[in-house]
Write a protein that binds this ligand. Structure first.
Ligand SMILES: [Zn+2]
Length: 257
């Protein structure tokens, strides 16, 4: 270390940053990148995840999930299909949290993180965090980048906000034009393959997902003996859903989209 310090001082004295030519210089520290999870770690678990809410089908999903004692994870937007501060959406977010489902961020406006500046990334993430802190009193630690798109700058921003990026290893296809029959067939194939664990992607914004796809998925996967858990549970120890929790707020005129 002594020689490194000496080399740093020497470089400062001559006014030259010589990290490429001086072997004594320590490498520049890389900015930390967020961990990206694409799979569950706990055997025999399925993490059912929903993106793009809150919208109109959360209550129905809560009822259906409860029939299978299933806990799921919802990656929420602030202002996408609806405004998270509308009374009905606030009620949906509170109901999801009260039912034991996990809540994560998915950007305020469903922005493609890989196309944003550093400041805009933080703004997109913070506004959803603020909404979740206000509505249910949780600061999320799980984040799903919209479209599954991210670059190293996005991973740096996610890390700076003490969060992890959560991807998936099974896509129901509900947001890419698949019919309910097709999404159900995909779940049938998944169940017949019976991987050790599954991290699914669905969207809580489609009537057909709430009424057909998820009831079918829960039925065929439960028959294979899986346990339906949240993302933090399926990742095992060490990954928390929330950075911290506090008392929920009360809506006022500043809660707006
Ligand atoms: Zn999305």
């Amino acid at each position: 270390m002594r020689s490194s310090v000496f080399a740093l001082l020497a470089a400062a004295v001559v006014g030259v940053v010589a990290q490429e030519t001086s072997p004594a210089m320590p490498p520049l520290e890389k900015r930390a990148l967020a961990t990206v999870y694409t799979k569950c770690k706990v055997a025999n678990t399925v993490a059912i995840t929903f993106d793009d809410g809150p919208y109109s089908y959360e209550q129905e999903l809560i009822t259906t999930l409860a029939k299978y004692k299933a806990k799921a994870t919802f990656f929420l937007n602030g202002h996408n299909w609806a405004c998270i501060y509308d009374d009905s959406r606030i009620a949906a977010v509170k109901a999801l949290y009260a039912a034991g489902h996990e809540l994560g961020g998915h950007t305020w406006s469903h922005a493609n993180m890989s196309s944003l500046t550093w400041d805009k990334m933080h703004n997109e993430m913070w506004k959803v965090e603020e909404a979740l802190i206000r509505i249910v009193g949780v600061n999320p630690a799980l984040f799903r980048p919209p479209y599954g798109e991210y670059n190293n700058l996005a991973l740096s921003a996610i890390a700076a906000r003490n969060q992890s990026a959560i991807m998936w290893d099974f896509d129901s296809g509900d947001s890419s034009g698949k019919t309910p029959a097709q999404t159900n067939a995909l779940y049938d194939t998944l169940a017949s393959k019976k991987p050790s664990s599954v991290l699914t992607l669905n969207h809580s914004t489609y009537n057909t997902t709430a009424k057909q796809t998820i009831p079918h998925a829960l039925e065929v996967l439960s028959k294979r003996g899986y346990k339906f858990v949240t993302v933090s549970q399926c990742l095992g120890g060490g990954v928390k859903a929330y950075q911290w929790t506090q008392k929920a707020g009360v809506k006022d005129s500043t809660w707006k989209c």
